[in-house]
Design a protein around this ligand. Structure first.
Ligand code: ATP
Ligand code: MG
Length: 431
């Protein structure tokens, strides 16, 4: 192929898609088991949606969006995140009428960033959004869902939870002034990025990853010391419940999130196993967004997980090992035997939905067919030639054991296979 691919956008071959499916299956299963329902929304939206929701002075809107003019002259953007689109879709589906809505989504997002491990231009997020509930209850539920997911994926020991509160709009505005005063007094110590942020989005200076900035940031006034009453109470009640539930967390006063719509409690799950790209999941409360986009004034909270980073952790820790090998591999010699085998296998698929039954559809010598059977990873090869066809039986060869071949009557085959094969718990077929 002489067409080069787009940087930071990668196909996933069958050696990895099994893991993707397994992770996705667990996420969906857990979200559903808490009563969350799926919402789907377009990959493209009017650019204005993200500018208004995510915020003009954020990294995403300033420099990461894939934006273009379509044939009608409309300015469109490939979704860089899910929350803005989710709010719009929920509004269009008439879900935002005041009653609680608990929703999840999953799919590709697009950001024009510098590609590196854990950072891609097409990446995937699983997200959860709740509309219509103020208070700490829903925040706790979100945290518990994610903690359950880490446990189920087997990566909980490598991930830790950080909390902060961004306070109300009003208290953040007065804190912003304090911060601008502080950093202005130390302007010479600010790096280029932070000098720019000082004008546009001073809270984001706190999020700087530049090591040279850290000692200054540590001295800056903390929003936590200037929180409004309600945000303080929200944070305290979340902490109280987490303390009793044994979920470990850390308060990180510099956690500000890169999107403008957040207020009140915000959280991130971080790991030090992935180098610089340490955040695997992040979210918080965003009470103003629904109204800002033209809906009712209603509370909301949500979070999004970066699936590539989660997958990478699962691979490094070797926690999930999806097995997509065949259970039994069917080989036939001669066209009559092949036709018989095909039909026989159809009957077995009806009654053995949770097994992988493969057949060689390309004919060939005994040797080449047995080679394929072996490569399929199957435990058993089911063999039919002229003799077996006329006798109404098959030969069963144990591909992974040193054990003599057996002869099994066609009428007995289903029971025979079920007693010799391990039942698959899931590989997406019957889960
Ligand atoms: P970061 O600080 O890593 O840039 P962010 O604050 O931009 O993250 P969010 O917009 O909160 O990230 O997205 C939620 C999650 O999506 C992140 O925690 C991360 O796991 C994942 N994510 C974000 N951008 C990318 C990307 N370019 N490639 C892969 N995963 C990403
Ligand atoms: Mg980012």
């Amino acid at each position: 192929m002489n067409i080069s691919s787009i940087r930071g956008m990668h196909p996933q071959g069958p050696d990895r898609t099994g893991l993707w499916q397994e992770v996705e299956r667990i996420l969906v299963h857990i979200a559903k088991s808490y009563g969350y329902k799926e919402i789907r929304f377009p990959v493209l939206e009017k650019t204005e949606l993200f500018c208004r929701a995510v915020g003009q002075a954020t990294d995403i809107v300033e420099k990461e969006m894939y934006t273009f003019i379509d044939r009608n002259g409309d300015q469109l953007t490939l979704r860089p995140e899910g929350t803005a689109s989710c709010v719009k879709a929920a509004h269009e589906c008439a879900l935002l009428n005041g009653q609680t809505q608990k929703l999840w989504y999953m799919g590709p997002m697009f950001r024009h960033e510098r590609p590196q491990k854990g950072r891609y231009r097409q990446f995937h997020q699983f997200g959860v959004e709740v509309f219509g509930e103020p208070g700490a209850g829903v925040l706790l539920e979100l945290i518990l869902i994610i903690e359950r997911i880490w446990k189920k994926l087997g990566i909980a020991s490598q991930i830790s939870l950080q909390l902060n509160s961004l306070g109300s709009t009003e208290c953040r505005a007065s804190y912003r002034e304090l911060l601008v005063d502080f950093f202005s007094a130390h302007k010479d110590d600010l790096d280029e990025d932070s000098q720019r942020r000082l004008q546009t989005n001073p809270l984001r200076i706190l999020d700087s990853k530049n090591p040279q900035m850290q000692s200054l940031i540590a001295m800056a006034p903390k929003l936590l010391d200037h929180l409004d009453e309600a945000s303080r109470a929200e944070l305290d009640s979340v902490r109280t419940v987490l303390d009793t539930s044994g979920i470990r967390y850390e308060i990180n006063p510099h956690l500000v999130r890169g999107l403008d719509y957040y207020n009140g409690l915000v959280f991130e799950w971080v790991t030090d196993r992935l180098g610089a790209q340490g955040t695997v999941c992040a979210g918080g409360r965003y009470d103003g967004l629904v109204k800002q986009l033209g809906g009712r004034d209603m509370p909301a909270a949500g979070l999004a997980m970066g699936l590539e980073r989660v997958l990478c952790l699962c691979e490094e820790l070797e926690t999930l090992q999806p097995n997509e090998c065949a259970d039994a591999y069917f080989v036939a010699f001669g066209s009559d035997a092949f036709a018989k085998m095909l039909n026989l296998k159809e009957d077995l698929h009806d009654r053995m939905e949770e097994y992988i039954l493969q057949i060689n559809t390309a004919g060939g010598s005994f040797k080449s067919q047995m080679k394929k059977a072996d490569r399929s990873g199957a435990k058993l090869a089911i063999i039919m030639g002229d003799d077996e066809l006329s006798e109404g039986c098959v030969g069963v060869k144990f591909l992974r054991e040193d054990r003599p071949q057996e002869k099994v009557a066609l009428t007995e085959l289903e029971n025979y296979l079920k007693s010799h094969l391990d039942k698959r718990k899931h590989h997406g077929i019957n889960a």
